[in-house]
Write a protein that binds this ligand. Structure first.
Ligand SMILES: Cc1cc2nc3c(=O)[nH]c(=O)nc-3n(C[C@H](O)[C@H](O)[C@H](O)COP(=O)(O)OP(=O)(O)OC[C@H]3O[C@@H](n4cnc5c(N)ncnc54)[C@H](O)[C@@H]3O)c2cc1C
Length: 287
């Protein structure tokens, strides 16, 4: 399929991208890695009149530790996250999540900012970002706005980014104490996207769970934090019985999808089983 015609602008820096976006408003779309936007344009699901490419803005691509946080530029590719030594040392959940994402071509071009802004209900990053209690920095002509990850995903393909805003940075709080993390996923055999993906981020002290972040993707119209699983873990010893009991709450209060590929009952069961596996994997790594 061929997309409808559009103008292309390669922004030289973030200020230029912001002013182009302010000028062209709803006619414009930001282009990052293009691995979600271009397929949507070819199918004519999206028909922007102007593409504003962030690809030449090198200072939107970084991973650094600063002010007690890990800061990740929006244009950092999945592959850069997968191989980062900083992340392997201080937040291994992110490289592990990246390694599950698409194939090498997708990981080389696709960006974390593009994936979060696209908010595909079966994307991998939203689960990890929620589990890590990250913040998302949006920037516009009015300046920066910091959005909690739990407020960022509104529904399928919709985020709380406002017209004129560009996702600039993702901020991950530094973990405290002993950290147990894991990402497990059931890959859709055709697309590679998550049928179910579960990200776990626990802090453990004296053998007990001090805090828990559980992000689940693929199951519902948007990724979510499994609050009931988290509360069943907090303050408890992380033995097999606790992990199994907590996992049974994986879809509590969630509007579970149902389609030709997977019924709601099947997805509920997968979410429960894979939440337990993710918890067992994470806890097993710190024993
Ligand atoms: C074959 C294939 C397999 C894939 N498999 C997976 C998978 O297994 N798991 C998975 O999670 N994803 C998968 N993806 C999607 C891939 O991760 C995309 O790279 C990602 O979803 C979008 O990132 P991008 O940088 O390519 O963004 P683009 O496609 O350039 O943009 C996506 C959307 O976000 C907007 N946008 C981009 N950057 C910004 C920004 N900084 N601020 C505001 N808006 C912005 C764009 O305007 C557009 O609407 C797959 C894609 C393909 C083609």
């Amino acid at each position: 399929m061929i997309p409808s015609s559009f103008d292309y602008i390669a922004a030289k820096n973030l200020d230029e991208a912001i002013s182009f976006l302010a000028k062209h408003k709803d006619d414009a779309k930001i282009l990052a890695g293009g691995h979600s936007l271009l397929p949507a344009m070819k199918l004519r699901l999206m028909q922007p009149k102007v593409l504003i490419d962030l690809g030449r803005i090198r200072d939107l691509s970084y991973i650094k530790e600063e002010g007690g946080q890990i800061r990740i530029g929006a244009m950092t590719t999945h592959f850069q996250l997968e191989i980062s030594d900083v992340l392997r040392r201080s937040c291994p959940l992110l490289p592990e999540t990246a390694s599950h994402l698409g194939d090498m071509q997708v990981r080389n071009k696709g960006t974390i900012g593009g994936s979060l802004a696209h908010s595909d209900p079966a994307a991998d990053w939203p689960a990890a970002i929620l589990a890590l209690d990250a913040e998302i920095v949006a920037t516009s002509a009015k300046g920066d706005r910091v959005i909690k990850s739990t407020d960022f995903f509104i529904e399928m393909l919709t985020t709380s980014l406002q017209p004129g805003e560009i996702l600039r940075e993702i901020r991950i709080p530094a973990g405290e104490g002993k950290i147990a993390q894991a990402y497990v996923k059931v890959r859709h055999p055709a697309s590679g996207f998550a049928v179910v993906g579960v990200a776990v981020n626990l802090s453990i002290d004296g053998g007990k769970c001090q805090s828990a972040g559980i992000g689940i993707t693929g199951v519902s119209p948007k990724a979510y934090r499994a609050a009931k699983v988290e509360s069943a873990l907090k303050g408890n010893s992380l033995d097999a019985k606790t992990l199994s009991t907590a996992s049974a709450h994986a879809t509590d209060g969630i509007d579970v999808n149902s389609d030709l590929y997977a019924s709601a009952e099947y997805l509920k069961q997968l979410a429960t089983v894979y939440t337990r596996r993710a918890l067992e994997t994470a806890v097993g790594r710190v024993k």
